[in-house]
Write a protein that binds this ligand. Structure first.
Ligand SMILES: NC(=O)c1ccc[n+]([C@@H]2O[C@H](COP(=O)([O-])OP(=O)(O)OC[C@H]3O[C@@H](n4cnc5c(N)ncnc54)[C@H](O)[C@@H]3O)[C@@H](O)[C@H]2O)c1
Length: 470
């Protein structure tokens, strides 16, 4: 087998497109397939459609050379050594993963397969999906020796997707076939050998030629479970710290200090211990729900996951009530909103707690001036501008003449605002921060009453009165 592998990636969304350009960056020849013709046309002309660091430059470097875009899955399959399925697996009824896109792709691959090909599940799928794909192949008359199904889950995070792909903590390859394992090992060899990191212009990150990422070979089912269990565990960590933050509020303690103290324990670690308004995005909510359903189907009591979901749902309501208690009543209030994407660094608004909160606030009779550095175009599709909602050009325009300013997404720039300017612009200098981006003292010094998550509220006027200063 030559070092260059012919790869087809099906789906050109956050995972598929990033995987396609990164495989090209690793030296492979890639065809990226999407059934959305508009996407294919845009990608062909160099518009990468999503907001991701390094993606525009890699797309520019490889488009129409090592990466081609098409809507013809049959043609892409026929020329490929490996076909990566990276289509959506959204939440279906009662939380079960909707695998209809994966099934449609598998059937189409089956109709075009004419030589040995590895079919790779890159989408996040429940355990046993590999067997269903195998059955679809066989039902369509594909001989057993012509294919293997491998699970190669993706752990990239939106916002740092390219770097995560090329500098992974680990590469998980789940397969019960040595032949397929060899193809996947060859595909990832530029990373696992460390060779990629010596390449001139390689994307920077924490992996190096002396410390390349490990490739973990597992059974197919184990790999499928690793992905769901990883996301469920991260969601659990977030819900855990949110529950602790509620306890801190009740005890008048500071959750940031508590989180620091917990996170310094090397068995626990500091990441994903950030209290806030709950997790969102296209992965955690649906993956926790799907994992819960898998457990139910297999007769396993995993009600811990239902608790994780409940804490997450309640966290948004608690924040809404925090805004209410800051303002006494909500009807008729004018609010500035900073952040609409589900987290900073991305334009993705799927299952964004910020979007949900804006909806709830509008339903309560508030009018909103919203700003997000990247997600406003997408937000307008689900929340059209109107008399209760205006999209504005920056943070200060969002603060203009408002009764309070809400921080709903952890964009780093929201943590570096000119607070004096903010104070002058707002009708009442009140900030309700769902992401704890500020030290309460800093807000207070700038004359702003500051509500955050899991920390004592700092009232500007009360504290001045207590210290006898103005
Ligand atoms: N977004 C993330 O951060 C992330 C991270 C890890 C894993 N995942 C998983 O990866 C999968 C894809 O997620 P995403 O965020 O990239 O989704 P996405 O919705 O951004 O992209 C999916 C793409 O697949 C295309 N598609 C659907 N059906 C098709 C078909 N029959 N033929 C060709 N193209 C088709 C769609 O047009 C779309 O462009 C999901 O299972 C998700 O859970 C996502």
């Amino acid at each position: 087998m030559s070092n260059t592998i012919r790869i087809a990636v099906v789906g050109s969304g956050y995972v598929g497109l990033v995987a396609a350009v990164c495989f090209a960056e690793m030296g492979h020849n890639v065809i990226c397939v999407d059934n959305d013709q508009q996407k294919v046309d845009a990608l062909r002309s160099g518009d990468c459609l999503i907001h991701e660091a390094h993606l525009p430059e890699l797309l520019e470097r490889y488009r129409n050379s090592r990466v081609r875009f098409t809507n013809d899955l049959g043609e892409a399959t026929r020329g490929a050594d490996a076909v990566f399925i990276a289509v959506g697996t959204p939440q279906g009824d009662s939380g079960v993963a909707d695998l209809s896109y994966v099934e449609a792709v598998a059937s189409e691959i089956a109709r075009s397969l004419n030589s040995y090909t590895v079919i790779v599940e890159k989408s996040t799928v429940p355990v046993y999906t590999n067997e269903w794909i195998r059955r679809v192949m066989e039902r369509n008359g594909v001989a057993k020796h012509l294919f293997d199904v491998v699970s190669n889950p993706e752990f990239l995070r939106e916002g740092t997707a390219v770097r995560d792909f090329l500098h992974p903590d680990r590469i998980v390859v789940g397969t019960d076939s040595e032949r397929a394992a060899a193809v996947l090992s060859k595909i990832y060899e530029p990373l696992t050998s460390g060779g990629y990191y010596e390449q001139p212009g390689a994307i920077d990150g924490f992996c190096t030629s002396s410390e390349p990422p490990p490739l973990l070979l597992t059974s197919t089912k184990s790999a499928e479970i690793i992905k769901h269990a990883s996301n469920a565990f991260l969601a659990l960590k977030i819900s855990f710290i949110n529950a602790v933050s509620n306890l801190c509020e009740a005890a008048n303690a500071d959750v940031e200090q508590v989180a620091r103290g917990i996170g310094m324990d090397s068995r626990i670690g500091p990441r994903f211990l950030r209290p806030g308004i709950g997790y969102g995005g296209s992965c955690f909510p649906k993956d926790v729900a799907a994992f819960r359903c898998v457990a139910e189907e297999l007769g396993v009591d995993f009600s811990l996951l239902a608790e994780v979901e409940k804490v997450n749902k309640d966290q948004k309501i608690r924040f809404l009530n925090k805004v209410r208690s800051a303002l006494w009543t909500l009807r008729g209030k004018k609010l500035g909103v900073l952040g609409l994407s589900f987290k900073g660094g991305t334009d993705d608004i799927r299952e964004s707690p910020a979007i949900e909160l804006v909806r709830m606030l509008i339903a309560e009779g508030c009018s909103i001036r919203a700003f997000d550095p990247a997600a406003m175009t997408r937000a307008e599709h689900v929340l059209p501008a109107g008399s209760s909602l205006q999209y504005v050009s920056d943070e200060y325009a969002a603060s203009n003449d408002v009764d309070a300013l809400l921080i709903l997404t952890d964009w780093s720039e929201f943590g570096r605002l000119d607070l004096q300017r903010l104070n002058r612009l707002m009708r009442y200098p009140i900030v309700v921060d769902g992401r704890n981006l500020y030290e309460p003292d800093v807000m207070l010094k700038n004359g702003i009453t500051y509500f955050s998550v899991g920390r004592p509220t700092r009232h500007h006027m009360h504290e001045l009165a207590a210290t006898g200063t103005r």
